[in-house]
Structure formats: structure tokens, C-alpha cells
Design a protein around this ligand. Structure first.
Ligand code: PFF
Length: 460
């Protein structure tokens, strides 16, 4: 077990860690991606499969990332190097660090759209989908929104672990929860909301196929911020006496609660207003503004909703930037401040093509001239390509490699010892070996299978 360097910060309390890590986990994935995936894949049936994937695979793997981080007290590269310095394994940590920044670069673009909606009253009153198409195609809107989002993210990360990340999580997470409760209340009290609740909560197993399981696993994985080194990094700021099982368990529970609540917020309103729940990614940005437009108090609720989305994205963006910044702070002479602004600037440069890919620059809106249309679907834009490469492939690949590293190179038993340190008797005699088997075999095999199936499905 490595000792923290004297100046390395730690969370001030369990609550501070849980809120910051839940802030990372709760993001666009919960509020935007989860409801539309459930809507497309059999409603309640998808929810059940999602929960099974979460409990059987993702939560055990979350514990492995937290243990790796706390053991090394370093960023993902340093945490791996603390265990095995003379092998190519630290490169896997490098993959996490790079992928974190790459994901942030386009995640911030979508987050900027949410901020744009909060400000949308400034745009002339038009049909919502017209506003959406206009905002995301207009560089004069999109680039400042995206840049502003990154600027604020870098500002918080520059403030440090306690005074930046933890402080903002403690303010923003309760606000997010209250906003969500308010909107759910409005949504379920609309006449006709019951049909949405039925759709969401009654499983339709006829829609379930192998691919739905793959979707559910991928979603559970993305939602808990796994495979990207965020949980390694956030775990590295935990003290040795912290109970990783309990605090990690809270993070997973909050993340799941908010995803389930997001469904309760969205489907009753969509059904009450006679809209289609299986609209795919446009559910949140195109269908919902229509729904808000048609319901009493709609414009107020709509503004609250996009504020909620922006807050959720913000605390996740902070964690994505923190992975890269912790690397620079641990491994180079850069100060935290310089690292945060430098990394923020890099994410901006990297994200500009994605920001300009929704109509502003035609060559970026359709990259089939560069990548063909086999892998990424017809006329893929820069943002789709980035999401596929980093948000799907790199994330899953690095998670499989990390679990192989923890299971076989570090050794699942040693990882279990780290997990038990500070946990008292939470990991029992039976649970321990089951966890080791999950990390050594079940997790890497399943996740690699998912990657292969996903890639084959895209090619065939
Ligand atoms: N968990 C976030 C969400 O659900 O939106 C997305 C995310 C954040 C993924 C941070 C990965 C990560 F490192």
C-alpha cells in the first residue's frame, strides 16, 4: 500500500466522497440515455435486466477500481505503476487518462446544448425542434456554450479536491435532487400520466433479445463512470480507514435511484402529451420540449429540466477532467491550477470538431468520406464517431484490461485485502471468493463478449 505524498489531498468525509462520486456517476447517462434506452427496449423489462447487470457485474467491478486507486494513492497510470512498474500495464492507465479527456471533449458539447436550452427563452419563440436544430448548428451559439461549460469545469477542478470538486458536489447534488422531485411531481399529476407509468414499470419481455442485454450492460457501465479511471482517481483520495464497500455501495445506489427517477419524470409526461416514447436520442432534446410546450406550467418546468440536465453533466464533466489533471499533478511538475486550465484548453481544442459537426461545417457533419458508413451508421458526424470510439470501444476495452490487471497481475486476493482494509467484516467468507471469481473471470469475459458482439453488430 502506497503512502500518499504529504501534499496529496483527501476527501473531508465519507459524505464528501459519496456526493462527488455520485456526481460523476449521475450525468447525461442517467437523465438522457437511460430513459431513451428503456423506451426503445421494452420499458420495465430493460429496467430489470439493467439492475441485474449492475448488481452482478458493475458494482463488483466498481469496488476493484476504488481499491486500485486507494492502494496506489495515485492517478490511473501511477496506481498501476505502484503495483507493476516494469511492464506495459501502466499504458492501460494511460488509455484511461486519454479517453477521459476525449469523452469530456464531446460530452461538454452535449452539456452545452442543455445550457443553451436553459437560455432558450432568449432565442425567439419557435417550435422547439426548430430551436434545437438552430442552436446546435450555429457556431455562434454552440462554441461559446461548449467553451463556457469547459471553462467552468476547469475552474472547479483548479480549486482542488475539497475546495473545488467536493464543495460543488455538496451544493449541486441536493439541488439536482430537489429539481428532479419537483418535475416528477408535475409529470405524474398530469391527466393521462398512468399510461406512462404502466409503460415504464410493466416489463414487456417480447422486446428482450441478446442485444438488449448488451445495451443494458453497456448503459450500467457508462452510468457508473467505469472504465475511465474516474473511480480509480476518486478512490485515490480516500483514506485507508474508509469502508469502500459501504461508500461504493452508496454511490451505486444513488446513481440507480436517479436513473429510475428520471424514467418516472419523463414517461408519464410523454404519454400524457401523446408523444412517442421510443424516439431514441432525440427524446430529451426534441420530444420533451414539445411535451413541456403543451403542458400547464410547461415553460417553467422545461427550464428546470434543462438546468437539471446541465448540473448533472457538470459534476460528471468535472470527474472526467480530474482524471487527466490528477495525472499531470502526480507525474509532472505542473501545479493543479496550471494542469486544470491546460487540460481544459486541450479538451476545448479536441472538442471543437464535435461542436461544429451538427451542421456548422458540412465536412464534419458527415464523415463517411473518411470512415465509410459501415461502422458508424449512415452519414456519421464527428460527435457520433467520437462517442463510438471513446464512449463505447475504449471504455469497455480499458475496463476489461483493468479487471484482468486487478484479477491476475495485482491478484484478486490482494485487491480483496485492500477492499477489506477499513471495512470491518463487510466482505464475508463467501462474498470474498465470489468477488475474486467475478473480477478474474466473469467480468473480463462478459465485457469482452459485449465488445465483440457490439462491433460485429455494427459491421454486419
Ligand atoms: N456516468 C456519466 C453519466 O452517466 O452521464 C458519464 C461518465 C462520466 C462516464 C465520467 C465516464 C466517466 F468517467
Amino acid at each position: 500500500m502506497a503512502l500518499p505524498s504529504p501534499e496529496r489531498e483527501q476527501w473531508s468525509s465519507r459524505l464528501g466522497f459519496v456526493l462527488a462520486a455520485a456526481g460523476s456517476a449521475i450525468g447525461l447517462g442517467n437523465i438522457w440515455r437511460f430513459p431513451f434506452k428503456a423506451g426503445d427496449n421494452g420499458g420495465g423489462a430493460f429496467v430489470l435486466i439493467y439492475l441485474a447487470c449492475l448488481v452482478l457485474l458493475c458494482v463488483p467491478y466498481l469496488f476493484a477500481e476504488l481499491a486500485l486507486g486507494r492502494n496506489g494513492k495515485r492517478n490511473p497510470v501511477g496506481a498501476i505503476r505502484a503495483i507493476d512498474a516494469r511492464s506495459p500495464w501502466p499504458l492501460v492507465g494511460g488509455l484511461c487518462v486519454v479517453a477521459g479527456l476525449a469523452i469530456l471533449s464531446y460530452y461538454a458539447v452535449v452539456a452545452g446544448w442543455a445550457v443553451g436550452y436553459v437560455l432558450r427563452d432568449l432565442v425567439a419563440a419557435e417550435a422547439p425542434d426548430a430551436v434545437f436544430a438552430r442552436v446546435i448548428a450555429d457556431p455562434l451559439w454552440v462554441v461559446p456554450l461548449f467553451g463556457g461549460f469547459l471553462f467552468a469545469t476547469a475552474g472547479v477542478v483548479a480549486g482542488g479536491v475539497r475546495r473545488g470538486i467536493e464543495r460543488w458536489a455538496k451544493i449541486l447534488m441536493p439541488v439536482l435532487f430537489v429539481l428532479l422531485c419537483l418535475i416528477i411531481f408535475r409529470s405524474v399529476t398530469l391527466p393521462g400520466a398512468g399510461a406512462g407509468l404502466d409503460f415504464y414499470l410493466t416489463p414487456d419481455f417480447s422486446k428482450v433479445s441478446g442485444l438488449v442485454v448488451v445495451e443494458a450492460l453497456g448503459q450500467a457501465f457508462f452510468s457508473l463512470s467505469l472504465g475511465m479511471g474516474t473511480m480509480i482517481t476518486y478512490g485515490s483520495y480516500l483514506p485507508d480507514d474508509e469502508n469502500l464497500i459501504v461508500s461504493g455501495g452508496y454511490v451505486a445506489a444513488f446513481d440507480t435511484l436517479i436513473a429510475l427517477m428520471a424514467g418516472l419524470m419523463i414517461f408519464p409526461a410523454v404519454f400524457a402529451m401523446g408523444q412517442n416514447p421510443a424516439e431514441g436520442p432525440s427524446l430529451v432534446f426534441v420530444v420533451l420540449p414539445d411535451v413541456f410546450g403543451a403542458m400547464p406550467l410547461g415553460s417553467f418546468v422545461g427550464t428546470l429540466f434543462f438546468l437539471l440536465l446541465a448540473i448533472a453533466a457538470f459534476t460528471s464533466g468535472i470527474s472526467l477532467l480530474e482524471v487527466f489533471v490528477s495525472y499531470l499533478v502526480d507525474e509532472t511538475p505542473w501545479s493543479r491550477r496550471a494542469a486544470a486550465w491546460g487540460a481544459g484548453g486541450l479538451a476545448f481544442a479536441l472538442g471543437l470538431p464535435s461542436a461544429l459537426s451538427q451542421g456548422a461545417v458540412p465536412a464534419l457533419s458527415d464523415l463517411s468520406w473518411l470512415v465509410g458508413d459501415r461502422f458508424f451508421g449512415p452519414s456519421p458526424g464527428m460527435l457520433d464517431v467520437m462517442d463510438f470510439l471513446w464512449g463505447s470501444v475504449a471504455l469497455v476495452l480499458s475496463a476489461a484490461l483493468l479487471s484482468l490487471f486487478v484479477g491476475w497481475v495485482w491478484g484478486a486476493e490482494k485487491a480483496l485485502t485492500e477492499l477489506r482494509s477499513g471495512t470491518g467484516h463487510t466482505v464475508g467468507r463467501v462474498a470474498g471468493p465470489v468477488w475474486c471469481a467475478a473480477i478474474k473471470y466473469a467480468f473480463p469475459i462478459t465485457i469482452l463478449a459485449v465488445l465483440v458482439i457490439d462491433l460485429l453488430y455494427d459491421v454486419l
